[in-house]
Design a protein around this ligand. Structure first.
Ligand SMILES: Cc1cc2nc3c(=O)[nH]c(=O)nc-3n(C[C@H](O)[C@H](O)[C@H](O)COP(=O)(O)OP(=O)(O)OC[C@H]3O[C@@H](n4cnc5c(N)ncnc54)[C@H](O)[C@@H]3O)c2cc1C
Length: 290
């Protein structure tokens, strides 16, 4: 397997932010992953799992511990009838493309989410009134001692942008989607429409981690932030997107400290104006400067 000491995490996050991980490992297969997990547990080394790094803010001082990548090396996809089985490192876009080719519908609204299938299950990622829980039938996951278990969706505690996978410290290795047969051209058309909607609304031309905050009940975080006059507000190169105030973008050399300071300013303003505490959707890893 590939082992890289002192690996800059900014190379692995869509935000292009993050200091070095003590150790960054890319297993080539699940057998290696199982052995690696056992070793790290026995050595009591703190372990993080990264997919495509699209929902992460890593501290400027980096991460003490080991980051394991479940990405392109573990991304085989197979199709049987209406079921698609994807290894956790496959991207949602790859699975959606295969679904389209096979005339299987259900993934179109999720096809533009830039994460892996593993990351998307953990986050119960969703868009346009569809969430992972609506299309996933079962998940195979490894325990921190390398044992593999299968879980039906009802066992995964799916909620808004959350699942019980993280709390159980499981590592997703395989996901089975059960989809609905449909006309290929119709599926293709819908995927293209969702892509246009995304491009119109989101600042995809800049590095970001998607929506910074979860949607508060009965509100949209982006609207609350915009109403507090935060559009375009910046701390150094971290800026609240004018196109979508729910996004913080990296205009060049933003640091995790810049982003966390901006997050705090936004939270304070929205709390003072609306009495609503915005909860971050992104995961924050490692050591942050104060
Ligand atoms: C431009 C942009 C647009 C976005 N739009 C959306 C959207 O519309 N809807 C939405 O929900 N999200 C959106 N996101 C956020 C993000 O893409 C999703 O949350 C995605 O599911 C994260 O997947 P990932 O592979 O990048 O996970 P990562 O960012 O690598 O990790 C996220 C979390 O999942 C865990 N994880 C990852 N893989 C595994 C695994 N195999 N086993 C166990 N744990 C794992 C990590 O430990 C971490 O806790 C967007 C992000 C960007 C940058």
């Amino acid at each position: 397997m590939i082992i890289r000491p002192k690996e800059e995490m900014k190379k692995h996050t869509s935000f292009k932010i993050g200091g070095p991980a003590e150790c960054y490992v890319v297993p080539e297969n699940f057998n290696e992953l199982s052995k690696l997990l056992n070793f790290l547990k026995n050595e009591r080394i703190i372990t993080y799992i990264i997919g495509n790094g699209t929902n992460l803010l890593v501290g400027d001082k980096g991460i003490a511990g080991c980051v394991i990548e479940i990405g392109p090396k573990l991304s085989k996809i197979t199709v049987k009838g209406t079921r698609i089985t994807a290894e956790a490192g496959a991207t949602l876009a790859q699975v959606a493309e295969i679904a389209e080719q096979k005339g299987l519908s259900g993934l179109e609204p999720l096809s533009g989410i830039p994460g892996t299938v593993g990351g998307a299950v953990v986050m119960n990622a969703g868009a346009y009134d569809c969430e992972m829980k609506d299309v996933v039938e079962s998940v195979t996951a490894m325990t921190r001692t390398g044992e593999s278990l299968e879980y039906g969706v009802e066992k995964l505690g799916f909620g808004y942008r959350t699942s019980s996978i993280e709390a159980k410290k499981l590592i997703v290795t395989k996901v089975v989607f059960n989809l609905t047969p449909d006309n290929k051209n119709e599926i293709k058309k819908r995927m293209a429409e969702y892509k246009v909607m995304r491009e119109k609304k989101q600042p995809l031309e800049y590095p970001s981690a998607g929506s910074i905050f979860k949607r508060p009940e009965k509100h949209y975080a982006g609207v609350l932030i915009s109403d507090c006059n935060f559009a375009g507000k910046n701390i150094n190169d971290a800026e609240v997107s004018r196109k979508h105030c729910g996004f913080i973008i990296n205009k060049g050399n933003a640091t995790a400290k810049d982003v966390t300071r901006l997050i705090e300013l936004i939270q304070n303003a929205v709390l003072a104006f609306y009495g609503i505490l915005l909860e971050p959707e992104i995961k924050m890893w490692g050591k942050f400067d104060k």
